[in-house]
Design a protein around this ligand. Structure first.
Ligand SMILES: Cc1cc2nc3c(=O)[nH]c(=O)nc-3n(C[C@H](O)[C@H](O)[C@H](O)COP(=O)(O)OP(=O)(O)OC[C@H]3O[C@@H](n4cnc5c(N)ncnc54)[C@H](O)[C@@H]3O)c2cc1C
Length: 404
């Protein structure tokens, strides 16, 4: 039986950032990671709030030195090619007004290597199979099929889409968001904007809001490109994912021009039913962070931000608990996380209900509202000075009524 202070399941951004914080506080950390790195994972566009958390954990210099594409904001583009810029620098006074577009196989590897440098015992090829909550023991299978046992003072599940403890402990609940598909690939040779705007993410509205597309430019000249729509919207076409992809491009005025000279450089992938929710984010001797908790929707690129926010917070609370201090997990972790998650949730709903496009494309917005939107889309969803942070739905509805 191997022993450590904190055992982390999963070496994605959530696991690595939590590990760095715990190691900096002097605790021993073992990370069990099923796969060899670098490994592909979807989710390549970050928000300024990520930079703040990386900064708080002394990781920002390492990330800045990777020469990733700087992301200054988002450009929403409608079916008529009308563009609406959201510049992250035009926020409510927050320090970080830009972030990065990253290939996750590279970004996640850099973070995991940082944890290793600080002393994390990272075991690749170890798949967690079972958890004994009474003894806080984890059973994992290594790549040769050998069974290994680990005992920890605290277990953190950062297994992302693996959702290890939610499955083992029956913590999963269905998400209240609709079942959607994401169909994606990487391309090169598309038309790019000049200057700072080159790094902005494009969020392209298609077919009266029935689908939207992301265009995420990387600094090596390649680009991530994906379509999101309800499952039925895709299946009723009867097309293969490749043909569906090509049809969406040729049907959209903006995309047709932008991708005229582009070529696909990766196979077209598909993910469906990715939204997930959870009964509880913590229990005696364990907690969940990142995508192992709740995953909403890709539209505002909130996934890695929520993953880093939760891992930063959970690590802070684990440190307290291991030092013998009392921790109010409900208030200081779950309630705290739900504030930010619920703001994004309301934005996601309002996006699919077509309300946000009315707001984004309206000329009748005060500068303060513009800054508040920019701040939310930058990931500053805990800032109580922001108009949208409390009673988010009512505030969005009030604004839409005013605009109409
Ligand atoms: C279509 C789509 C587009 C997205 N776009 C964006 C975006 O632009 N920006 C953004 O911020 N987010 C985006 N996301 C969300 C993003 O993918 C996730 O939020 C992010 O990867 C969460 O990080 P994590 O560290 O929690 O989990 P992960 O990155 O999934 O890492 C979890 C790790 O755990 C390991 N693991 C799993 N099971 C086990 C096991 N049994 N034993 C050991 N190890 C295990 C996995 O191998 C993995 O390495 C998108 C999501 C989707 C579905």
């Amino acid at each position: 039986m191997e022993k450590c202070d904190v055992l982390i399941i999963g070496g994605g951004p959530s696991g690595s950032v939590a590990a760095c914080k715990l190691l900096n506080a002097g605790f021993s950390v073992t990370i069990l990671e099923k796969l060899d790195f670098p490994r592909f994972v979807i989710g390549e566009s970050l928000l300024p709030r990520c930079n703040q958390i990386l900064d708080e954990n002394d990781l920002i210099n390492t990330i800045e030195s990777q020469n990733y594409m700087v992301k200054g904001g988002a450009i929403f583009i409608n079916e008529e090619k009308k563009e609406q810029y959201i510049d992250f620098r035009n926020n409510l006074g927050q320090k970080w007004g830009t972030s990065f577009q990253v290939k996750r196989e590279e970004f996640d590897n850099v973070l995991l290597e940082s944890a290793k440098k600080l002393g994390a015992d990272v075991r690749h090829g170890y798949e967690v199979m079972a958890y004994d909550n009474d003894k806080n023991q984890i059973t994992a299978k290594d790549r040769e099929g050998n069974i290994q046992e680990f005992e920890a003072r605290f277990v953190l599940d950062a297994s992302g889409y693996g959702r290890v403890l939610p499955k083992l402990m029956d913590l999963d609940i269905p998400s209240d968001l609709k079942l959607r598909n994401a169909i994606f690939t990487r391309v090169k040779g598309e038309f790019r904007r000049d200057g700072d705007a080159e790094g902005f993410i494009d969020i392209v509205i298609h077919d009266d809001n029935q689908a939207w597309l992301w265009v995420i430019p990387f600094s090596d000249g390649t680009t991530s490109f994906g379509v999101v729509c309800e499952e039925e919207y895709f299946t009723k076409t009867g097309l293969s994912k490749e043909a569906f992809f090509d049809k969406v491009i040729s049907d959209h005025k903006y995309l047709k021009e932008k991708f005229e000279k582009a070529e696909k450089i990766a196979p077209v992938g598909i993910i469906n039913g990715y939204s997930a929710a959870i009964k509880k984010m913590y229990g005696k001797g364990f907690a969940l962070s990142g995508n192992a908790t709740e995953f909403l929707d890709p539209v505002f690129s909130s996934g890695v931000t929520l993953a880093l926010e939760s891992s930063n917070k959970v690590a802070e609370l684990i440190i307290k608990e291991l030092k013998g201090e009392k921790v109010d997990w409900q208030k200081d972790y779950e309630d705290y996380m739900m504030i930010g998650i619920n703001v994004f949730r309301e934005f996601v709903y309002a996006w699919y209900e077509g309300k946000l496009r009315k707001i984004f494309f309206s000329a009748h917005k005060s500068e303060k509202i513009q800054q508040s939107i920019s701040s939310i889309l930058s990931g500053y969803v805990w800032d109580e000075n922001n108009y949208f942070v409390k009673d988010t739905r009512q505030k969005i509805d009030a604004l839409v009524s005013m605009i109409e």
